[in-house]
Unconditional design. Structure first.
Lengths: 113, 117
């Protein structure tokens, strides 16, 4: 069945470091791909998305490119800030199961000043 | 535009008690769903609905009931609370269309933190 695998955390980085959080997926057809972010004590916010191969989603300095050949949607940021500390979820939605979104297990990111 | 509204935000229950988590959306979305979030397990689907009067089970439906009498509301009922149901619960909604743009996005409520003692 459809699934999302993302790198295990926690990930701890120093401020201004480069960030990559890996995400790969298994899905039938051509899913839409999402990154959601959850700040401490809060709900889920959409960070960025991509709906077709080679699309690049971007927001708040974060980027992710939909790679069909490697079934990946890795999240990157060139220079992280303390305020980026949160849990990041990779997710997908398919046409055959459009009523559901399938999540990875989440990656906790902590940024040291 | 309120989006997806969940209540209550925090609740403590005793084992065996019942309660209802409320969810309402004002975006005229066809799809609504409930997820639970547990440490290290991401979000797991409890129940979902593709329209008023239509509901179905997700990955972890046991111990929960839902109904959808209107497009706007999708309450989640815990029939007899158990400590294993201690979790954070999220309601979500979206349009049925998966075209590009905002129509493809799934919107989440702010969560309900439930503790069963």
């Amino acid at each position: 069945g459809d699934s999302v695998t993302q790198m295990e955390g926690p990930v701890t980085l120093s401020e201004e470091a480069f960030l990559t959080i890996n995400c790969t997926y298994t899905a039938t057809g051509y899913p839409s791909l999402f990154w959601y972010v959850q700040y401490p004590g809060e709900g889920l916010q959409l960070l960025l998305k991509a709906t077709k191969a080679d699309d690049k989603g971007s927001n708040k300095g974060f980027e992710a490119t939909y790679r069909k050949e490697t079934t990946s949607f890795h999240l990157e940021k060139g220079s992280v800030q303390v305020s980026d500390s949160a849990v990041y979820f990779c997710a997908l939605r398919t046409y055959s199961s459009a009523s559901k979104i399938i999540f990875g297990s989440g990656t906790r990111l902590s940024i040291r000043p | 535009n309120a989006g997806v509204t969940q209540t209550p935000k925090f609740q403590v229950l005793k084992t065996g008690q019942s309660m209802t988590l409320q969810c309402a959306q004002d975006m005229n979305h066809e799809y609504m769903s409930w997820y639970r979030q547990d440490p290290g397990m991401g979000l797991r689907l409890i129940h979902y609905s593709v329209g008023a009067g239509i509901t179905d089970q997700g990955e972890v439906p046991n111990g929960y009931n839902v109904s959808r009498s209107t497009t706007e509301d999708f309450p989640l009922r815990l029939l007899s609370a158990a400590p294993s149901q201690t979790s954070v619960y999220f309601c979500a909604s979206s349009y049925s269309s998966m075209g590009s743009g905002t129509g493809n996005t799934i919107y989440f409520g702010e969560g309900s933190w439930l503790t069963v003692v």
